[in-house]
Unconditional design. Sequence first.
Length: 165
Amino acid sequence: MTDERVPAPEADFDSRTEIDYLLAGLPQKQVSIVTLYQALVRAEVELVVRRAEGEGDRREGLVLSDLRYGRLAALFTEPGLAGRWVEQLAPAAHEILPRLGGEVIAVLAPDVGLWLNPEGRRGCRIVSTALQRLREDFGIHLPESRDGTPASPGSIASTLPPGRA
C-alpha cells in the first residue's frame, strides 16, 4: 500500500516575523547581534525618504542623531512605524520605500550606523563602527566609484535633518 498523504506546504517565510523574534531575544542575550544582522540583510525593510530639493530625483533617507550612538539610518520592520514617521516629518514630501536590508546597508556611509524600528515596540541600535565590522565580516562593502575610491553613500545616508532621537 502506498502512502497518499500529501506533505503540507511549507509556510511562507516572513522575514519581519523573524526580525521581531530575534529582537525579543536580544535583551536577554539569547540572540547575538550577528544573528540579527544575518536576518536583517535578507529582510525587507522600510525606509522613510524625501526628495532633495533642486536635485532631480535624488532621495534622502532618514538619518537620526543620537548622542550616544552617533548618526543612525532608520530602518523599519515593525508595521506602521514608518507611516508614523512620515506623518511626523510632513509637510515636506516624504515617502516610504521597501528595500532589501542588505541593499540599504551596502550604501550607508562609514560614519552611519543603524536604528532598527526607532521608538517602536522592539528595536535596536548598531553604532557605525560595529556595523562596519559586520559588513566586512559578511562581505558587504561600499560600492566603488569609477576611479576606485569608495562611492558616496548616495541617497540613503544623507544630510536629512535629524529626527527626534
